[in-house]
Design a protein around this ligand. Structure first.
Ligand SMILES: Nc1ncnc2c1ncn2[C@@H]1O[C@H](COP(=O)(O)OP(=O)(O)OP(=O)(O)O)[C@@H](O)[C@H]1O
Ligand SMILES: [Mg+2]
Length: 509
């Protein structure tokens, strides 16, 4: 018989209007990395929230068996006591506390009523070694990048004596290096007996890391297989229920007039004599998709945010349709015809406590209002259209966006910005957290918009995506433009070379 550390048998769970899980079975062997994959809304996060006690046992049917023992978790604390710790998509870190304080928060080693600082130091050093973190223990966590914060989360989990670690899209906001590092740490933990459940839309990661895979579709288990019996095509076919031969819908666009021109554009780095953006010169034309490739931290998002008026103190000239414009805030940008879809959907993208309809109409309120009163019908029609165009999986447009799956939240954001009728649409990591099938749909929508005359700028750290959909690609590195390529001449290698150029003089590729 197999040695299962975890069995979730016949799990069924419904939310109002949604059957999120329908008779799902997940069996995880001791000491393996088990990937959980499936389209947006397939039920992955819900299943993990049941496992970790976020959703208490009385709210679903089915059995949960840990180490051969039947469990019914009512709280997160109970699942943690059974050795299950979820490393969340959003980091659960106290930014102004130090590494040590974070590791021991709520779990202090107390002797005779006194927190034993020395013991905590030693223990933290040991933990940090296990997750390859080499920072000084007093470092305030705010000063560490996302990748390191995540390693710290893992250290905290180990400190809670976790035997099963759950990762829900851990790499969504990590650089490539940080992702490599994370996967390496997981492999090492596995060698020491840890079991991991790993959710990701990046299938290449799944193939690099997982021992076996369970695929969910529409709230049902499709199959569990050892990774050796699958390839990417087979996996996608299981996920979407059909073959998906092409990843990118490449069509020929005809670029015409220059719509946006950014000249000698610089933004100083606050409190330093360095530059976030250093003399950037780019343009984007009607009828083309312009890519901005670069590593995280290279200045891609800063560029978008400074054009959009979020990031202030920019110097340089911004021209829209050949006329110089000055943008001091996002309202002015939207009025001028520039929309920006942010990469951080929780912070800038959605009002989670409002429903889909309200979120979608937010930036276009002026357009659908007369004398300050919202035209309710138009608001509904508009939202219904968004749900249909983007295939947003939801029981209705009245659903709170908080209750949507991660990928479907992203689709709401995209549709709300499209309704502002932008001349220039800046998309920052538009397909982060989006499943393979839905990505294709989003690319097609982008192509349609470009045919209608919208000028699209795509910021992406996924080079295959940039190469697959853009007509022209700029590379940004350390705040400077270090390359410009037509898509026909661009290759992954060339982009990588430009991305590494960094502080060298800018030359046209
Ligand atoms: N709190 C909730 N209230 C209502 N519906 C919910 C809630 N949480 C999830 N759902 C719905 O349950 C279904 C499964 O969602 P879940 O978040 O588990 O998907 P997922 O596989 O994690 O998707 P993604 O890849 O987009 O993160 C979706 O249709 C979602 O809208
Ligand atoms: Mg999810």
């Amino acid at each position: 018989m197999e040695d299962y550390i975890l069995q979730m048998e016949n799990i069924t769970k419904a939310f109002p209007g949604v059957k999120a899980l329908d008779d799902v079975t997940l069996r995880v062997k001791r000491g393996e990395i088990h990937a959980l994959v499936g389209e947006n809304g397939a039920g992955k996060s819900t299943l993990m929230k049941i496992l970790s006690g976020v959703y208490p046992a009385n709210e679903h049917t089915g059995e949960l068996i840990v180490n051969g023992e039947r469990k019914e978790f009512k709280t997160i604390r109970e699942s943690e006591a059974a050795g299950i710790v979820i490393v969340h998509q959003e980091l659960n870190i106290f930014g102004n506390l130090s590494i040590v304080e974070n590791v021991f928060f709520g779990n202090e080693s107390v002797r005779y009523g006194v927190i034993n600082k020395y013991e905590q130091q030693i223990k933290t050093e040991e933990l940090l070694k296990k997750v390859s973190l080499e920072d000084s223990l007093d470092t305030p966590v705010n000063d560490m990048g996302t990748g390191k914060q995540q390693l710290l989360e893992i250290a905290r989990a180990i400190n809670k004596n976790a035997s099963i670690l759950v990762f829900d899209e851990p790499s969504a906001s990590l650089t490539e290096d940080a992702t490599d590092n994370l996967l390496e740490v997981l492999r090492r933990l596995k060698e020491n007996g840890m079991t991991c459940i790993y959710i990701s839309h990046k299938l290449s990661e799944v193939f690099r890391t997982a021992d076996s895979v369970t695929i969910l579709r529409d709230g049902k288990t499709v199959v569990t297989k050892p990774i050796s019996e699958l390839d990417e095509e087979k996996m996608i076919a299981y996920m979407v229920g059909r073959d998906l031969t092409e990843k990118y819908p490449r069509v020929e666009h005809t670029a015409t007039d220059t719509v946006l021109e950014v000249s000698n554009w610089s933004v100083p780095k606050p409190y330093s004599d360095r530059m976030l953006l250093d003399n950037i010169n780019i343009y984007a034309r009607k009828g083309e998709i312009v890519g901005i490739a670069g590593l995280m931290g290279a200045g891609r998002t800063e560029l978008a945010m400074s054009i959009f008026g979020v990031l202030k103190n920019s110097a340089g000239v911004l021209k829209l349709n050949d006329k110089q414009i000055v943008i001091n805030n996002p309202d002015q940008a939207i009025s001028a015809g520039i929309s920006y879809v942010s990469e951080d959907r929780k912070r800038y993208g959605l009002v989670l406590g409002q429903n889909i309809k309200q979120n979608i109409s937010l930036p276009s309120l002026r357009r659908i209002s007369a004398k300050g009163v919202i035209d309710a019908n138009r608001e509904i029609i508009q939202a219904e259209q968004g749900v249909k165009d983007f295939n947003i999986i939801t029981p209705s447009i009245e659903q709170l966006t908080r209750n949507l799956s991660g990928g479907n939240q992203q689709k709401v954001i995209l549709s709300k910005w499209l309704l502002t009728n932008p001349k220039v649409l800046i998309l920052d990591e538009p397909t982060r957290g989006i499943d393979v099938g839905a990505k294709y749909e989003i690319y097609q929508i982008m192509n349609k918009l470009v045919d209608q005359g919208v000028c699209i700028i795509v910021i992406s750290s996924e080079l295959p995506e940039v190469l697959g959909i853009c007509d022209r690609i700029y590379v940004i590195s350390a705040g400077k433009i270090t390359g410009e390529y037509d898509y026909r001449e661009a290759t992954q290698e060339k982009l990588l070379v430009s991305m590494a150029l960094g502080s060298r003089p800018v030359g046209k590729a």
